[in-house]
Write a protein that binds this ligand. Sequence first.
Ligand code: SF4
Length: 972
Amino acid sequence: MTALKLSRRSFIKAAAVTSAAMGMGGVAGTAFAEEPYTAANSAGEVRRIRSCCRGCGKMECGVWVTVENGRAVKIEGDESAPHTMGSCCNKSVASLQACYHPDRLAYPMKRTQPKGEDPGWVRISWEEALDSIVEGINQVKAKYGGEALFTMGGTGRIWCMSPYAGYGSWFMTPNTSVAWQVCKGPRHFSSALTSEYNHSWSASVERPPVFTIWASTPEGSNYDEAGRSVVDEAMQADTFISVDPRTTNLGKESDIHLALRGGTDTALALAMCDVIIKNDLVDWGFVKRWTNAPFLVVADKEPSGPDAPHIFHGPNFIKTTLLTQADLQEGGSPFKYMVWDNTSQSLKWFNATGQLAAVDPTYDPAADPECNCWEGEQPWVRYDGEGHKDTWSRRTFAGQEGEANVREGHSQAWMPDPDAFESIDPAMEGQFEVTFKDGSKHTAVPVWQLFAERCDQYAPEKSAEITGCPAEQVTEAALVYGTRKDPRWGNGGILYQLAVEHHGNSIMNCRAIELLTCITGNTDGPGGQRGATKIDVNYMGNFSDQSYSKAIDSPLAHPEIMEKQLGRDTHPLFEWWGLWANANSIWEAGVTGDPYPVKGGVCQSGDFMNMGNTTMAWECLKQLDFFFDIDLWHHPTSELADIILPCRHWLEVPTPRQSQGSGGALGACVPCVEPLAETWYDPEIVEALYQRNNIPWGWDEANPYPTLEEKLDYVVREVSPSWAAYVEEFQQNGWWDVKKLRPDDWGTYRRYQTGFLKKAYTEAPTPQNVIPGFNTPTQKQEIWCTVMETYHGAEGALPDYRPNPDSRERNPELWEEYPVQCLTGRRIPVYFHSEHRQLPWCREVWPVPRVEINPDDAREWGIEQGDWCWIESPHGKIREAADLFYGVPRGVINCEHTWWFPECPAPEHGWRYSAVNQLVNNSIDDPHCGSAIVRGYPVKVYKAEEGCPEGIIADASDPRLKAWQPVYEGRA
Ligand code: SF4
């Protein structure tokens, strides 16, 4: 075995190739260029089809696909796509190699050998495959109960998300193990707790004057607010702030780089809040009226509260120490939260009954003049069911038209003026004596005062030791962020990504960052934290998760099933959230049988390497009675399946595409080429399985199994007479701007004032569902989180930095033996998580996993550029090739994740060599959402004298890459 001798120069060269490919769109790389491309096969029909790339995650990258004689030959950027503006990345270009790859799964297959060995796959018919799957799953269900089954998925192609819910009605299991638990799930979990599900997305596409990227490398990445647009945004912003332990490609261009220690995000965000507060940069108009900051906390009150509905699935109650009218007087309302009014020197209430509208059919908010109103104020003018801004909210809209042009150079939303208090001036600090209805006296303190005290605990000079960021620099960043360029609205939101979700403090991290944007007035403002684009045109994945099905009998509707959800015993908030089980708990139950056996499941476009300790996940999968997999490829997870089903590539399928985040774009994936052999489209697969179980699968009871065409017509019905018409318009005019298509749902800022923030965008507006406020128990953006308080006590109500048990603060002995902090998970320009390892262009550019090491550390450790290194924790060890990089601080390394080697033999395909999550400690995770601690843990690093793992493709000259060149024959 030899060491990989990849010089620094060749790394740089590879990076340059990557950048060039990202910029050039459809320019072919070497492997593809060798494919014969004759005049004969280029002489026929040439079509240029507008579509949407799905070479990676959720990004809406518009592309043109050139198809010649039925063969896709070129992919290049679509100038009409708002994020990418005519560019597309090398993964997109390499999709040609994926679509025509010789190793793509073309037929259903079943294994003939025991698990743990080469499966000995043999081709079977779809009929046999589907029958076997139904039999296998139903046998497990009959023998052990639905809870013995799990569904599993990664960041699937968007039409391939059924593991997130789609098998629910059949499996009747509470146990979903989905990458969502560590991949933007925590931020949705967090925003659902405190404002609005999905509200964490930042509309950076609107070019905020202060552009803040927190823990992300979106320039080479694959999320909303990524691609070409973020580079422009960073360059055009007055100030660009990068918050990241590493110096990223884009971050090195920042004006301020806060190189925090991994996992200390909450402390840093609270430190910045402290600066904002002490320099009076708070948006008081928003904070006083639209957050629960003025509400009063009575520390010695027995927690109580109304039956407060929430948007998820737990019991409808909260227990809070916030003072309500019910505490003060007999017959008082538990929905009326009290504040101290400086004007009248008395207590006043805010009436949060708006929450009832979603769950109590007997409650009519339009008939309640106090609904979501402050005491003594005029009720807001109700939505009349027809018009909007001039008619339905007097306070907001009287006599004004809002801003016609918020900021030059991007698509505009309509901006109502802030809705001011009419009579109340709520106290934000002080102590107030209150008398309860039983005569007892208590002290009440505004939430804001407690929050300010919490922030003061993390004042920059106090938290510098935690975060590693100098106090002066944190202060400077906070002042720049908080000092408005335009007095009318904040400087912009914060574009934060997955790193903050990969810690034992992930919910607190997300909450603290959201509050930084909140108190500076960036909630639903221009370039601010706007949440997901709202339009009722959704992707075909919705058929897989049954959003449109009338036949929903979800496990979520059965408390007796949900209470068996694995991980609930250690994560009380799961009762409220419900949407995933704890992955670690599933693997452990599979291996130990405790608290009950886990014996079967499905994986659809995912893998077991994405969170928790990979080794235990593998052992769990190996012992299952029945497991099936749906994917494009053989890969380590599929090699443990009993049946594998081949699905279609994005160049082969139709689906609408909308921005997942705040990008506000609507487009489509349009089939460009004939599908490969016997591949099926995922929604059809899931529907076929449901049909075999006699479970309806559609919106129309008379037509329980709609055709694909009927499904497509249905999902675009709100904007187009048919899918065909939709595609035709897309081809002609390009991507839609959802602000224009949905002016109320999306084309208006400050929707907490207009009432459209709370309204589900799948509903037509009515006087009953258009209600100002937020989807929280207090109907405010919650600085004091009442749901968290209900499950974790008052100490959880405000965000706080809580080091995990393996942190340096709590376990210094561990760090003596494992003194290096391991970061991981960054985006690699040519890969998407575990994908594309078998695409020649990608592998040529980036053949092996790299660990970034500070050159000074490397010198001390006797490691040179390109040396293979062992990275070891108490839980496992892996090898990656050293890439010396001053962009990681000393004492920190940055590994690549989810590596496997398709060229290595089944069943493992070499995953044990380098899959970084073998190093993860399964016994600790976020106590609220269960996100595994996949970054920031202790390791040691030393040179691997053995060199490179045996049998892998270690450099671009390996002849095996040629065997992966596209094949065009035998596709029928
Ligand atoms: S970032 Fe992803 S979706 Fe966008 S062009 Fe690249 S592979 Fe395609």
